[in-house]
Design a protein around this ligand. Structure first.
Ligand SMILES: C=C(O[C@@H]1C=C(C(=O)O)C=C[C@H]1O)C(=O)O
Length: 388
């Protein structure tokens, strides 16, 4: 696939089969795709390798892994795929603003109650073997428009923040209705180019503030917060431990740093490695990492089980992974957060927050409200007050 620099965004604006757009460029798939035989995370590496053995030159597989490791993923290989060099994005033209009907699942108070429940479990188990030390609880906001939701403009608006990757991937149809997942993820699960691998986990968050002094103060408070540093360290350690057996060299040279999107501050750690066996592909590595404690918890199986018990919505493909890979084993996989499932007139938004001992239920609810921000803005939804 040639790198094509595109001045205008017309090609990217037509509805692609899949799309990933960020400051490094874009990867787009066009036309109908072949669906990779579906299966759980543990078999993704073998299924992608089998696909590329017989695939035409230049083939790319792209799509989504669900939150549940045992649930079936959905990857497609379109007729044509292109990699585009970074281009200055035209400002997205204003689209029609539909009227929205919103439903919280649950609202902030209901979410805070779930946080109190898991804090109780953590307190009870503290010091025992297998004690729950972190869990990520999410909630969902169902937004129904009075017209079908236009996704091409949405992708452009989501990609406008240089700190995120705007994405759009097809999901398996439900009850005959086409679905897709679109979002503005700031979190790189795994990128591979040859033997070089990169992961950039985020955990520990604060809402951005409109006034610069307040914004800086929010960032500094986040960096100094013992609770947020603990919450972050659990994720960075998990990624280092999981990648270590695959790598000859693995390090986080810059340590943990503040990173930001237009709506959130985060703690982030850039982890760089060199593969021991360069035949291990990006999809296999991403599947080994998923789900990290940035979206699930520790111990992983216990946290996943509790999430299934406590959350009233099905996470489905939220808090999974989205990405692409090619025949060389290269690819980019992102954590599927700051996203919504779109089906017809309905967008289902998701937002979660990591809970550790010391978390404040009200502050965690506010954090999830702030994390809806990128999607709310891209969809043109104004909340009545600032705290959904
Ligand atoms: C779970 C989400 O975000 C994750 C949780 C974070 C946190 O708890 O601080 C930060 C970044 C993401 O890893 C989400 O946005 O829905």
């Amino acid at each position: 696939m040639a790198m094509v620099a595109e001045r205008n965004n017309a090609a990217a604006r037509s509805i692609p089969c899949f799309a990933f757009r960020n400051a490094g460029g874009a990867v787009l798939g066009e036309g109908p795709g072949t669906v990779l035989p579906r299966g759980p995370a543990a078999t993704l590496g073998a299924r992608t390798a089998a696909f590329f053995r017989d695939a035409p030159p230049g083939a790319v597989l792209a799509g989504a892994m669900p939150f549940g490791r045992e649930a079936a993923d959905y990857l497609v290989s379109p007729h044509t795929s292109r990699r585009l060099a970074p281009a200055a994005a035209d400002p997205a033209p204003p689209g029609d603003t539909p009227r929205w009907r919103l439903r919280h699942e649950p609202d902030a108070a209901g979410y805070a109650a779930s946080v109190r429940r898991v804090l109780g479990i953590m307190a009870q188990e503290a010091g025992t073997a297998d004690a729950l030390t972190k869990i990520v609880l999410s909630r969902s906001l169902v937004a129904e428009a009075d017209a079908p939701i236009g996704t091409a403009l949405l992708l452009e608006r989501l990609s406008a923040d240089p700190a995120v990757t705007g994405f759009l991937v097809p999901l398996p149809p439900r009850d005959g209705t086409a679905r897709l997942l679109t979002g503005a993820t700031p979190e790189l699960l795994l990128s591979r180019r040859g033997a070089r691998v990169l992961s950039h986990p985020l955990a520990g968050s604060a809402r951005r503030q409109a006034d610069p002094a307040g914004d800086r103060a929010a960032a500094e408070a986040l960096f100094r917060s013992d609770k947020d540093q603990r919450e972050h360290a659990i994720v960075a350690e998990f990624i280092l431990d999981t990648l270590a057996p695959f790598c000859a060299v693995l390090a986080a040279p810059a340590g943990t740093q503040l990173t930001s999107t237009r709506s959130m501050w985060h703690l982030g750690t850039r982890i760089e490695g060199e593969l021991r066996d360069p035949s291990v592909g990006a999809a296999e590595l991403a599947a080994a990492l998923h789900p990290t404690p940035a979206v699930c918890g520790v111990p992983r199986d216990k946290a996943a089980r509790l999430i299934g018990e406590i959350e009233r919505h099905d996470r489905d493909f939220y808090a999974g992974a989205v990405g692409w890979c090619d025949a060389a084993g290269d690819g980019d996989w992102y954590v599927s957060i700051r996203c919504a499932e779109i089906a017809g007139n309905t967008a289902r938004l998701y937002a979660g927050a990591g809970i550790v001992p010391g978390s404040d239920p009200g502050a965690e609810a506010d954090e999830t409200a702030a994390k809806y921000g990128a999607l709310l803005e891209a969809l043109g939804i104004r909340m009545k007050d600032d705290s959904p």
